[in-house]
Design a protein around this ligand. Structure first.
Ligand code: SF4
Length: 237
């Protein structure tokens, strides 16, 4: 099955800032990240603009200055809202398992990875009731500044865009087959696209796609071993 990661909107691609050591300007970054988290928690931009009936950001964001890896998903689902934790559902279990394949300890997803998303409120079900509604372009635009500010403060070494929309936000419209399994250097940081771990996605039913995922996790494992991106500009061979 072929699937193209559709661009999230006419927004520009997200520019990845260079990684920073945890110690660099640590106190300021911690303070400003805490302020940003509060700002996100009380945000009602999409409600005011008529795109959401209610804002529910409690399960959208978690992480610290010093987290070397940042996961960027699409938007939190209802389980994340209920449990006040990002990737709280089965997709989070699978994503944690993938990280273990790359050499992380069990539970690392919620312990040592910065969890972010394109939008921070549960968009609800799609009209057919077959899965989560994709955030609309205006919602993506309203929420984008939060992700940009997180990137600027956290400065991760590795970014894992999860699912087609998040991948497209960083790399533009791409077939998943063309980018999963690749690693891309961006300003000294490594971008490793992953498919969405949700059971709703059937992309991984294809054994060839599972091989691409395994390759992506090997790239992540290689970064863990080397401790840094050994990438040159563009896709890492
Ligand atoms: S999705 Fe983002 S911009 Fe919209 S209300 Fe939630 S936090 Fe605010």
């Amino acid at each position: 099955m072929s699937r193209r990661a559709s661009p999230p909107s006419s927004l520009p691609l997200i520019a990845v800032p260079s990684p920073l050591p945890k110690e660099t300007d640590y106190a300021r970054r911690v303070r400003q990240l805490a302020e940003l988290h509060v700002e996100i928690r009380v945000c009602e931009r999409c409600v005011a603009a008529g795109y959401l009936a209610e804002a529910n950001t409690v399960g959208a964001t978690r992480g610290r200055i010093g987290d070397a890896v940042m996961v960027v998903g699409q938007a939190p689902g209802h389980l994340s809202v209920e449990r006040s934790i990002p990737f709280a559902g089965p997709g989070g279990v699978i994503l944690d398992r993938w990280l273990q394949q790359a050499g992380f300890a069990a539970g690392a997803l919620h312990r040592e990875v910065y969890l972010s998303a394109l939008t921070r409120c549960d968009p609800g079900k799609n009209p057919r009731g077959t899965g989560d509604r994709k955030p609309s372009p205006p919602e993506l635009a309203l929420c984008r500044p939060y992700l940009l500010r997180e990137l600027e403060l956290v400065r991760p070494q590795v970014i894992l865009p999860v699912g087609g929309m998040a991948i497209a936000a960083f790399l533009g419209s791409q077939r998943l087959e063309d980018v999963i399994g690749e690693a891309f250097e961006r300003n000294g940081a490594l971008l490793v696209p992953l498919p969405h771990p949700s059971g709703v996605s059937r992309w991984l039913n294809d054994p060839a796609h599972q091989q691409l995922l395994a390759r992506a996790l090997e790239r992540l494992a290689a970064w863990r071993i080397s401790g840094q991106s050994q990438a040159s500009d563009g896709a890492v061979p």
